[in-house]
Design a protein around this ligand. Structure first.
Ligand SMILES: Cc1cc2nc3c(=O)[nH]c(=O)nc-3n(C[C@H](O)[C@H](O)[C@H](O)COP(=O)(O)OP(=O)(O)OC[C@H]3O[C@@H](n4cnc5c(N)ncnc54)[C@H](O)[C@@H]3O)c2cc1C
Length: 293
């Protein structure tokens, strides 16, 4: 392990001052599940590690109004387990509770945080597809103020996000899925139950009384440098009847939208095929989850 100085600020202002003082030589730490591994592997060698855990106000979960819809504001320091088990999240955004239940093991979920996972920027992670499908956004705070970034725009490249030096992710705003819609998160796990998905897919779909697709958001994980929103597949279904033929024609476009890496979970061609299969299953299962009547 490399030598580093460990800081425990008790306010955001103190953390910003430390980030300013130590610049590129500092990294903030939430649960530490990703950062400590990177440090052990020498991918990160900060001289200063700034723990966020002593800063109050970053781990609450509250129902809020968001325009005309319900939403949940989640503090960035909430653990993945807190997100999975929160009654407010289970009631308002059940897709999110279901998705976080699929992350790793309880041991990791008890330490890893929602904010740390997003800033880590690993395209294989479970939460981003569901958060993008719901239209979630993050609040990034620095000594200069605050800005809000849709989760869809957060991921720039492989392990690279739009979080700028000096910024700390403070909260995530997650709108409820539209009334009358169905949603699902699927994780293809051919190896072990606690692995990252070979591919993953989140879908939120709403239909009218004639089975015509009113809206759809379809997002894939593990098949590119970032999570990928399958906009062409969405466009091919929006406004059209949700027949098996139309769904198949729509997800045929997914193979060209993804750009998977070769790894021990499969070849790019295999993952492309699986992306299409899981996109189709996600749409069908989201439609089946639409409340009847
Ligand atoms: C064995 C193992 C299995 C895993 N399996 C899965 C899986 O199946 N699915 C899945 O989705 N994920 C999986 N993960 C990844 C896990 O979800 C992440 O490690 C976790 O989300 C990171 O959160 P953390 O709070 O520990 O972040 P940290 O390790 O503390 O930080 C990660 C990065 O984010 C930065 N950071 C942290 N918080 C903030 C903040 N508030 N503002 C700005 N920057 C911040 C840090 O500087 C660092 O760069 C696995 C991890 C391990 C170790």
């Amino acid at each position: 392990m490399i030598d580093f100085e460990f800081h425990t600020p008790s306010s955001l202002e103190e953390a910003f001052a430390l980030l300013e003082r130590h610049g590129d030589d500092a990294r903030v730490m939430a649960g530490g599940t990703a950062l400590i591994l990177q440090m052990k592997q020498r991918f990160a060698q900060p001289g200063h590690v700034i723990s966020l855990r002593g800063i109050p106000g970053l781990s609450s979960i509250e129902a809020v109004a968001n325009g005309g819809t319900n939403a949940v504001r989640v503090g960035a320091l909430c653990t993945q387990r807190q997100v999975e088990t929160s009654p407010v999240i289970q009631e308002t955004v059940p897709l999110v509770a279901e998705t976080f239940r699929r992350v790793a093991t309880p041991r990791i979920r008890n330490m890893g945080t929602i904010g740390g996972g997003l800033v880590h920027g690993d395209p294989n992670q479970d939460p981003p597809p569901s958060l993008i499908a719901l239209g979630a956004s993050v609040e990034l705070t620095s000594s200069a103020g605050q800005r809000v970034v849709p989760v869809e725009d957060l991921f720039i490249d492989y392990y690279e996000t739009d979080v700028q030096p000096g910024e700390i992710m403070t909260s995530i705003l997650i709108p409820a899925a539209p009334a009358g819609s169905g949603s699902v998160y699927l994780k293809f796990l051919p190896r072990t139950a606690d692995d990252y998905g070979t591919v993953s897919a989140a879908a939120v779909v709403s239909v009218d009384e004639n089975n015509t697709c009113q809206d759809i958001r379809l997002v894939l994980g593990g098949v590119g440098m970032t999570p990928i929103r399958a906009t062409e597949a969405e466009d091919l279904l929006r406004g059209r009847p949700l027949t098996e033929d139309n769904i198949r024609a729509s997800v045929a476009s997914v193979k060209d939208a993804v750009d998977p890496l070769e790894d021990f979970r499969g070849s790019p061609d295999y993952k492309r095929e699986m992306a299409e299969v899981f996109a189709r299953r996600a749409i069908n299962q989201a439609v089946a989850a639409i409340p009847k009547g």
